[in-house]
Design a protein. Structure first.
Ligand code: MN
Length: 141
């Protein structure tokens, strides 16, 4: 499996440090976070570069204001509740409508990176739900 340093060299945005506990607790596996536009920016439009180690994924969740993902590297997954997972590659764009239950993360055999843009942060904070179990995750190829 590719290591973090080799993957970092192929991604144009920085791979930040491990996410702080209050964010990492909503993920299975290790996630790295680099703020591009900070959460408290006067623009009210936080943008982060998020890097997932292989098998890392976030818990099911909803964004009251929606979210846009811009894939910057690797291979990963996006899934909405009740739908098939969508395989993601560099350059893919995911538009997540408000209050749609979903998760995103790396493939089992690849690092994965995306930019996450909160679409309407004033609508409220992310609502974190249950984890994506290994049983759910291992169905994906
Ligand atoms: Mn999301």
């Amino acid at each position: 499996m590719e290591n973090k340093e080799d993957f970092s060299e192929k991604v144009i945005f920085p791979v930040g440090p491990k996410a702080p506990d209050d964010i990492a607790k909503n993920f299975i596996g290790t996630v790295y976070l680099h703020a591009l536009v900070p959460y408290d920016s006067p623009l009210k439009h936080p943008i982060s570069h998020v890097v997932f180690e292989p098998r890392c994924r976030n818990n099911w969740h909803k964004h009251p204001g929606g979210q846009i993902l811009l894939v910057t590297g690797g291979r990963g997954w996006y899934q909405e509740e009740g739908k098939d997972a969508r395989e993601l590659h560099t350059g893919d764009v995911v538009e997540i409508l408000p209050d749609i239950k979903h998760w995103h993360g790396a493939a089992a055999d690849s690092w994965f990176a995306h930019i996450a843009m909160e679409a309407d942060v004033l609508a409220g904070p992310t609502q974190w739900l249950e984890p994506v179990t290994d049983e759910q995750y291992d169905k994906l190829r």
